[in-house]
Design a protein around this ligand. Structure first.
Ligand code: FMN
Length: 398
């Protein structure tokens, strides 16, 4: 038919045609991708091969404890809210079939234990309101919990996958879950490996500042596995963020998850890129110290697996820790598994406070500890030695 007599339809402008096609496709694609993330995160080994650094941190044992073990106070203060424990359920899901049940189970546990909880990226529901329920169930199940809405920084600027989110869409994301804060996730490592990733950053800083300024709730800048450096933390503070989730290397690796997706699609180039970058990033323990020096409250996420890990993160300067994949796996097993996991974790944390001579979680900040090995070398090399010493003990503390 080439050059045949049929009259050709005037070609639409390629940019406009592509954009029309991608907005419908990308709606379904985002939904499909979220479901794949959940399946891969719980069925494959997608942990970073590099550790988060906890084995380099040792809290000093105190042979003479000062408080009765059952009386140890785990409560914590975060952005003006009192939590039952310094623990958040990390942002993970929403926006696809099955996510609503997971969010409801996690939210019931957040309510019961007084924890904070992040929702997964809400982009899917902002583009397809039918999916809003898979997030909104969290607020129904947890009327009093500190809930954190979630969008991606890459979606605040124009991308091939669609136009930037508007201030009113950000307000809708917050309203959808009656959120107490909005996390804007920084996942540029994942975007580079993801076959359909958003990789344009022109205007990013201006867009972040405008987004933060438009919100009626505090904004949290959140990495998703590569950590936040001191320089980035200072910049994020200047853009108006009120807290940082360091999302360090050493836990779930999105490069590994996206490698598996790229492999399944036969995109061997992206899969290879993902393998090369599987361990890229700043280990969580290092990032707590480096980003923490900027002075904002820190959520330590990335490879926190026990209450003792949490105690070490708090000793390094974190206000809260957040746990992702283990709680997702528990939620898929059922509500009782989530409760059992959290109960065990909090008991481990209580014991760490008891044995290191504290009465309450916040005492870990000034607990004597040593920082060894590779973590110490990272911190010294980055010029963050001030973070190696425990915070001064508050007057009248113990
Ligand atoms: C299945 C899955 C989906 C995730 N989706 C999001 C997301 O939508 N937004 C976000 O900020 N972080 C997301 N994360 C990252 C987590 O919040 C967390 O930073 C990461 O899993 C590291 O914690 P972990 O090592 O305890 O799993 C997701 C993690 C998992 C496992």
């Amino acid at each position: 038919m080439r050059g045949g007599g049929r009259r050709r339809r005037p070609a639409a402008r390629p940019g406009a045609a592509a954009r029309r096609r991608t907005s419908a496709d990308s709606r379904d694609e985002v939904e499909r991708r979220k479901a794949e993330h959940l399946r891969l995160a719980t069925s494959r080994e997608v942990g970073s091969r590099r550790g988060p650094g906890w084995s380099d941190i040792q809290l000093l044992h105190q042979a003479l404890p000062v408080a009765d073990l059952p009386a140890i106070d785990l409560s914590a203060e975060f952005l003006g809210h009192r939590l039952g424990a310094p623990l958040a359920i990390a942002a993970m899901t929403g926006g696809h079939e099955g996510a609503g049940d997971v969010n409801a189970r996690l939210a019931r546990a957040a309510e019961r234990f007084g924890l904070a909880m992040g929702l997964g990226s809400q982009r899917a529901a902002l583009r397809n309101p039918r999916l809003a329920r898979t997030y909104a169930v969290a607020r129904e199940a947890a009327p009093h919990a500190f809930l954190i809405a979630n969008v991606g920084a890459a979606q605040l600027t124009a991308q091939d996958s669609g136009p930037p989110l508007t201030p009113s869409q950000l307000a809708s994301a917050v309203a959808m879950v009656g959120a107490n804060a909005l996390a804007i996730h920084l996942n540029f490592l994942e975007e580079t490996v993801q076959p359909e990733g958003d990789r344009l950053v022109t205007g990013l800083r201006r867009a972040l500042a405008a987004a933060v300024a438009s919100l009626a709730v505090p904004a949290i800048a959140k990495e998703t596995g590569a950590g936040i450096s001191h320089t980035a933390a200072v910049e994020l503070r200047g853009l108006g963020f009120r807290a940082l989730d360091v999302g360090g290397a050493g836990g779930t690796s999105f490069a590994a998850i996206e490698t598996a997706r790229a492999e399944a699609r036969g995109d061997l180039r992206r899969a290879e890129l993902g393998r090369v970058y599987q361990d890229w990033g700043i280990p969580t323990a290092v990032s707590i110290v480096a980003a923490g020096a900027a002075g904002l409250p820190i959520i330590a996420t990335g490879g926190v697996r026990t209450g003792l890990d949490a105690a070490k993160a708090i000793a390094l300067g974190a206000t809260l820790v957040a746990v992702g994949r283990p709680l997702l796996a528990a939620a898929l097993r059922g509500e009782a598994a989530v409760e059992a996991w959290i109960t065990q974790f909090l008991e481990e944390l209580r014991v760490a406070i008891f044995l290191s001579g504290g009465r309450r979680a916040a005492d870990l900040r000034s607990a004597p500890r040593v920082v060894l090995g590779e973590t110490r070398r990272w911190i010294e090399d980055l010029g963050c030695e001030a973070g190696l010493a425990p915070a001064p003990r508050p007057a009248g503390g113990l």
